[in-house]
Design a protein around this ligand. Structure first.
Ligand SMILES: Cc1ncc(COP(=O)(O)O)c(C=O)c1O
Length: 393
């Protein structure tokens, strides 16, 4: 007798290593202990941002009788999104084409449910975010993995072209990329748009682009962010506020659709329907009321860049091979030994917790989250050195 659905069994299989890491690993046993230096996942290790706290405190007091009523796309929140996209990126998005979601997770899931059918193929680029594959399978789609270029982590356009078939319905693009920190440049996005336009015409149906922009505000060295939506009309812009506020437990995000997307009203309505059928995946009323202030709240990027440069300098001095990310709050050094899981154990012996590359389809690497606080970095660096030396020995 089986207690759970075969869908959940499949989901657990696809994510077994990640689920084990998050529920039963050195990480879960040690995280939170005194003296531990936690670089494993992008969780906060400092008190929440004052701007976020005051926004929530202010909005907590009801202003109307309906303050905590069922809230779908609350007009104030939608206006905030429309204005932000206009001011920051010069994009003109109609309010009726903004769908408020419970962060990036649900934005991605809703996009998939809105426009794919069981059996459709959806391309994703590897290394990917942990959950794309399982989310696609959960919706009955066939995930198609395409590796990014190993030399510079840019999209491998020829491999994408070759992966497209008559069944291809969408491609997921995540820029700035977790875990490589790569921002795909305009020329790559333009060339991708040409490939997708040509293939859509050949197939006689649209290939959508799901643009996962979770880290769009986490940029270094004054680089500019280019969204794929500028180059390819059938793009779902998918955003979460969880990264810029570093408060991923307070869940709010959105989907924005360009007005020129074919049949955009039906697509927006399909998103709304998908939200209801997966279980009211709209953000809580309080977060929607507070969005104008949340929009202005962002973690200290200058300090994040300081931490990035500090860690890269020190890790390179120790002997690690690590490239400079353009965005996100992750570093992706090479493991000094081929077995990254074993190297993660050596780090854990030094009270340094990191994510093995194996879990993010980057065997031979490991991921370091810069959301660790300064004191963790200070205390952790000797541990990185000791583990490096133990691995080399
Ligand atoms: C690339 C990427 N997309 C989406 C998400 C989901 O973001 P949220 O938890 O804010 O929904 C994450 C979170 O780690 C991410 O790294």
């Amino acid at each position: 007798m089986t207690a759970i659905s075969s869908r959940m069994t499949r989901f657990a299989d696809v994510n077994s290593a990640v689920l084990q890491f998050l529920t039963n690993s050195d990480y879960t046993r040690k995280a939170g202990e005194p003296g531990i230096c936690d670089f494993a996942i992008g969780n906060p290790h400092e008190m929440p941002l004052p701007g976020l706290i005051s926004a929530l405190e202010y909005q907590l007091q009801p202003k109307t009788e309906e303050w905590y009523a069922y809230t779908m796309n609350e007009s104030g929140a939608v206006q905030t999104v429309v204005q932000s996209l206009k001011d920051r990126y010069g994009l003109a998005i109609e309010p009726e084409n903004v769908i408020m979601t419970t962060g990036g997770f649900s934005a991605i899931s809703i996009a998939i449910h809105a426009v794919t059918d069981p059996g459709d193929e959806v391309i994703f680029n590897s290394p990917p975010w942990f959950f794309y594959e399982a989310m696609l399978q959960g919706a009955g789609c066939i995930p198609v993995r395409v590796k990014v270029r190993p030399d510079n982590f840019d999209l491998d356009l020829e491999a994408i072209r070759a992966a497209i078939t008559p069944k291809t319905r969408a491609i997921i693009v995540n820029s700035p990329n977790n875990p490589t920190g790569k921002i795909y440049p305009p020329e790559t996005l333009r060339a991708l748009a040409d490939i997708l336009t040509e293939a859509s015409a050949r197939n006689g149906r649209i290939i959508y682009l799901f643009s996962d922009e979770a880290y769009r505000r986490i940029l270094y060295d004054g680089v500019e962010y280019s969204s794929p939506i500028k180059y390819y009309v059938p793009t779902f812009m998918l955003y979460t506020y969880g990264k810029q506020t570093l408060a991923p437990g307070q869940r709010i995000g959105y989907i924005a659709l360009p007005s020129a997307m074919p049949d955009v009203r039906s697509v927006a309505l399909a998103c709304l329907t998908a939200q209801l059928t997966v279980g009211f995946a709209q953000p809580n009323a309080l977060l929607q009321h507070a969005l104008a202030d949340i929009e202005k709240t962002c973690l200290d990027l200058e300090h994040l860049q300081y931490k990035r440069d500090w860690m890269i300098r020190e890790l390179r001095n120790i002997g690690y091979d690590v490239h400079l990310p353009e965005g996100t709050f992750y570093l992706l050094p090479r493991s000094p030994i081929p077995d990254d899981q074993q190297f993660i154990r050596l780090l854990a012996e030094q009270n340094v917790l990191c994510l093995p590359g194996e879990l993010i389809e980057m065997p031979g690497y490991f991921r370091v989250s810069l959301t660790a606080n300064d004191s963790m970095i200070e205390r952790g660096l000797p541990g990185f050195k000791a583990a490096f030396e133990a691995a080399r020995a």
